[in-house]
Write a protein that binds this ligand. Structure first.
Ligand SMILES: [Zn+2]
Ligand SMILES: [Zn+2]
Length: 219
């Protein structure tokens, strides 16, 4: 097998096997590339949004609570460092779908106890890019597509922080939620949390009464 990023030939490497859901699945990144990413696992993070800090609830999460939100208790695998920004630029910016399974096999084992609901792209973005980056990233997991996203005015990536936070609700629940106990929303990147809180609010508005938390590749 060859590394998804640098194309180096690799033998089986199972360095993350203690963390991963499927411990015998081979990783798709070589050790050299893997080391360029900054892992968040076992570091102190905000219990609300998963950002690396001293372990206290951050200001942004206090604000979500003040707005009446139940916190998502978000967690993520990696920080948005230079290497990860380059990965996202190649994968989402340039639309290089070959990278979609770069992080396959690294998902923490506790994910298997949740109903995994991806944050899907809106139709216009899907048409332009030709693939859904979140479905691609998590394609090795059993996903339940409960949510659909309507078109918004402009892509999140082109918005300021204030504009992101003012984005209106655009999610609809497209499958029955009865019988589901706990939902883990999956996204590629947690930025302001606006998208994930909208997704949770849509599930609650559709009558979902269980627990909703969230997970992303990057924080
Ligand atoms: Zn590599
Ligand atoms: Zn926080």
């Amino acid at each position: 097998m060859r590394c998804r990023l640098c194309n180096a030939a690799m033998s089986g490497n199972l360095q993350l096997s203690d963390l991963a859901w499927r411990p015998y699945q081979r990783l798709h990144l070589c050790q050299r590339c893997l080391r360029t990413f900054e892992i968040l696992v076992d570091r102190p993070t905000c219990p609300g949004c998963g950002r690396a800090n001293d372990g206290a609830l951050c200001q942004d999460c206090h604000r979500w609570e003040q707005q009446g939100e139940t916190l998502l208790h978000h967690s993520a695998l990696f920080t948005y460092n230079t290497a990860m920004k380059a990965f996202i630029q190649q994968y989402k910016g340039l639309g290089d779908y070959r990278l979609h399974d770069a992080f396959a096999g690294m998902w923490p084992h506790w994910l298997q106890h949740w109903t995994l609901v991806p944050i899907v792209s809106e139709p216009g973005h899907l048409d332009r890019r030709g693939f859904d980056p979140v479905l691609g990233l998590f394609a090795d997991l059993p996903l339940r597509q409960l949510l659909a996203k309507a078109a918004t005015d402009k892509p999140q990536a082109q918005k300021t922080r204030a504009e992101r936070l003012q984005t209106p609700q655009s999610f609809a629940v497209v499958q029955p939620v009865s019988g589901i106990k706990q939902i883990l929303l999956l996204d590629d990147l947690y930025t302001t949390g606006r998208t994930l809180y909208h997704a949770k609010d849509a599930l609650v508005a559709a009558g979902f009464q269980g627990k909703v938390q969230s997970f992303s590749l990057i924080r």
